[in-house]
Every structure is written in C-alpha cells, then in structure tokens.
Design a protein around this ligand. Structure first.
Ligand code: DAH
Length: 329
C-alpha cells in the first residue's frame, strides 16, 4: 500500500516536473532532451517507473499501469504539439505571405499561330504539308518553273546566289516541281517555309520572310475551284464578312494567273496572294502528263496575313524577339 502511494506521488511529481520542463523548452534540441529523459528506452523515467510495477501487490498492478500509460500519452501529445511550432519557427525566415516569383512561360509566336491556322483551314480541305530546302537549286527555284536563265521575271526576285547553281530560295514555289517528281496525282499539299530576297529592311520588307505555297493536281480542277477555295480560306481566316476580289496577273509558272485582294476597312484593298492554273510546262517538268492532269497553285505571305489580322504596322516587330510585343499574343 505504501509503495503504491509513493508511486502515485511519484507520478504526480513526474508530471509536474515534466510540464515545467516542457513549458521552458524553446528549441527542438531541448524538446529532444525531454523526450529522452522521460521516454528513453534504458534510463527513461517512465520506463523505470514501469519496471517497478511487478514489485507491487497483484491487485494494484492494473490501476497503476493505466495511470502510467495516461501520463505517457499526455506527455507525448504535449511534446508533439510543442515540436510543431518549433519546427515552423525554424523555417520562419521564409515569409509565406511574400508573392511568388513569376515563372515565364513560353507562348506561340504570332507567325507560328498564323501558319498553324492556315494549315488547319487547308487540312479541312484535304491538304497535307511538307518542308523543303531553303538552299535550293536554281533549277527548282526558276528553270523548271518556266523561268530560264536571263528570264525577265527573275529580276523582281532579288536573289541571293551561293554559286551559279545554288541559291537561297526566293519563294516556296520551288517545291512544286520537287514534289511533282516524287508524287503522283491527286496532289493536295502545302509548302510552308522561309524564303530570302535581297530587300532592304523596312516596315513591309525583310530579306528573310515566310511563304505558304499550295498545290493541287487532279484531272478536273478549274479556275473557279481555285477562286472559291481561296475565298473560303480568306473568310475562314479573317471572318465570314470579309470581301475578296481577284484580277488577272502574270506568273511564269501559272497560266492564267491571278492575284487576290481582301478589303481591309480603313485601308482599302490589299493583296494577300498570287495564284493560278499550273502551267502545263511546269507539269511536264514535274513528270506529270498535262494531257491527263491539271491543277492550281497559290503562294501567300503569312507575315502579311499576321500584319492584317493583328493590326501590326511594322513587319520587323515579328522578328526582333521583343517580349513586350510578343506577350500580347
Ligand atoms: N511565288 C509567288 C511569289 O513569290 C507567289 C505565287 C504566285 C505562287 C502564283 C504560286 C502562284 O503558286 O501560282 O510572289
């Protein structure tokens, strides 16, 4: 009986002491010391008290065990509770209310968006697309397109020559005969890509720019299909209320040839592309029989389309990588 009283007293005393120490502990290390002092496996105070239990008379053992367990649970809870604020305090040099650093995410360049949109519109009409070489043979850029050496039509295409045979392609029309040589009709394909001309940079010209060429070859295509398709394209791209018009033009590789203009409120009629029925000479150069097949082609500048669509006044802003400009798209 005496022993039990002593142990109960001890437990009360142990609890009082532990609570006092806990209230004074300010660091994680101090808390750890308390944990070892009371819960340590070998010398922990609670462990030692528990060891006394077998020495007690049988009928008193259960009661004292429960009390020790309660004290153990209580101290454990307090230790854990106190440990949390301490560990947060450790990280508290980080101010959780400070606004985060903005992570710059890349976006699609307006020119890429325009090219993608053109592809998508023509894709719905059954067109696929393919890249081609920017360093091109004079043969594909000019000769096979019915522009032999010294042909006057070459003059307007201020060409960068690499040597007598090689040049930087001046237009994506260079892909027409290349593609015909490797593919049999029916053909419906776009050739998007970069072109080069010796132009002085200004608000509407750059020595490097983009074009998207279209080529369709089958056994029944007509000029009216071409005009209808281009009108459908322009309305899909700019909006269904857009007005378009075409007029006769001249390109050596199409016969007859046209240009298309769109009406831009405030600016009037603006040319957006050249087109025409593929010249039989060009079909022959592409090893396609002009007596069996016919086709049409067009070439447009996505730079020009981007300027019109987004109301950009200077073509150079599409290329100078100014994030203040690019982030608007
Ligand atoms: N190649 C022409 C240019 O660079 C555009 C063009 C006109 C492409 C008529 C064509 C076409 O396919 O039929 O201005």
């Amino acid at each position: 009986m005496l022993e039990l009283v002593l142990m109960v007293l001890d437990l009360n005393e142990i609890e009082r002491l532990a609570l006092k120490e806990l209230s004074q502990a300010k660091t994680g290390a101090a808390l750890e010391k308390i944990r070892i002092k009371y819960f340590g496996r070998r010398r922990g105070i609670l462990q030692n008290v528990t060891k006394q239990i077998p020495k007690l008379p049988k009928e008193q053992k259960a009661g004292i065990g429960t009390k020790i367990n309660k004290l153990r649970t209580k101290l454990e809870q307090l230790l854990n509770q106190q440990a949390k604020p301490v560990s947060i305090k450790k990280e508290s040099s980080v101010d959780l209310t400070t606004p985060g650093k903005e992570i710059d995410l890349g976006g699609t360049h307006p020119l890429t968006s325009v090219i993608d949109e053109v592809k998508e519109i023509f894709h719905s009409l059954g067109f696929s697309w393919i890249d081609g070489p920017e360093v091109e043979l004079d043969a594909y850029n000019f000769q096979k397109l019915n522009m032999p050496q010294n042909h006057p039509a070459r003059d307007v295409q201020q060409t960068y020559y690499i040597n007598d045979e090689l040049l930087l392609r001046t237009h994506t029309s260079s892909m027409q005969v290349r593609y015909m040589e490797d593919h049999k009709p029916p053909i419906r394909v776009l050739f998007p890509g970069r072109c080069y001309r010796r132009d002085m940079p200004d608000s509407t010209h750059l020595p490097s720019f983009y074009q998207i060429e279209g080529l369709l070859i089958d056994d029944a295509s007509k000029m009216s299909d071409l005009i209808g398709t281009l009108d459908y394209f322009a309305k899909s791209f700019f909006g269904k209320n857009l007005k378009t018009r075409v007029y006769g033009h001249h390109f050596a590789y199409t016969e007859p040839s046209i240009e298309m203009e769109v009406y831009y409120p405030g600016k009037g009629w603006l040319e957006i592309l050249g087109a025409g029925m593929v010249n039989p000479i060009v079909l022959k150069n592409g090893r396609i029989d002009p007596n069996k097949f016919r086709g049409w082609a067009f070439g447009m500048g996505p730079d020009r389309l981007a300027l019109l669509k987004y109301g950009i006044s200077d073509i150079r802003s599409l290329y100078n990588s100014d994030l203040r400009f690019l982030k608007q798209f």
